[in-house]
Design a protein around this ligand. Structure first.
Ligand code: RP5
Length: 170
């Protein structure tokens, strides 16, 4: 698969990296080219607008935005592009991500943001969701996603088998 970046992963601060790296791990696993940038909706609005306006011309097809607190990043990015934007709310304050979740998911009608769960699961699912979007026009990636789910189901069956043997030993 091409390693040219097809997904742009933005985060509002370097303090978001520990969670947003989960998205990067998924793209590495599937061999999807991606780039990651720190850019903030409110601290660096011009930098954010410039990135968003240039992204499609560089082959970016999907954008992921991780941000905490009053998380404007996904909404602001979505306002500047018709590319699909996936928001990942992050826990950065005493509200444990509920603030970011509501800021990300409660977009007024007209400018959609696909919001994932708070934190690492959200970052991982954002990347998988981006892969699913790309797979619409990438049969090789579609096959890889099917295999991923088959393997996941097999691991659950294996865990159940281990549980049954623990039960038998009680
Ligand atoms: C948001 O504010 C960032 O996305 C981050 O989650 C949060 C706190 O940022 P720092 O103060 O750690 O830079 O914009």
């Amino acid at each position: 698969m091409s390693t040219e970046p097809r997904v742009g992963v933005l985060m509002g601060s370097d303090s978001d990296w520990s969670v947003m790296q989960e998205a990067g791990k998924v793209f590495k696993q599937f061999g999807i080219g991606f780039e990651m940038k720190v850019t903030s909706a409110h601290r660096t609005p011009e930098r954010t607008h410039t990135y968003v306006s240039e992204a499609p011309g560089r082959g970016i097809k999907v954008l992921i935005c991780g941000a905490g607190a009053a998380a404007h990043l996904a909404g602001v990015v979505a306002s500047g592009t018709n590319l699909p934007v996936i928001g990942v709310p992050l826990a950065a304050t005493d509200l444990d991500g509920l603030d970011a979740l509501l800021s990300t998911v409660q977009m007024p009608g007209g400018i959609p943001v696909a919001s994932m769960a708070i934190g690492k699961a959200g970052a991982k699912n954002a990347a998988l969701f981006a892969c699913q979007i790309l797979a619409l026009s990438d049969p090789e990636l579609a096959t890889a996603l099917n295999t991923y789910r088959t393997d996941m189901a097999a691991s659950v069956a294996k865990k159940d088998a281990a549980l049954q043997s623990k039960l038998a030993d009680l």
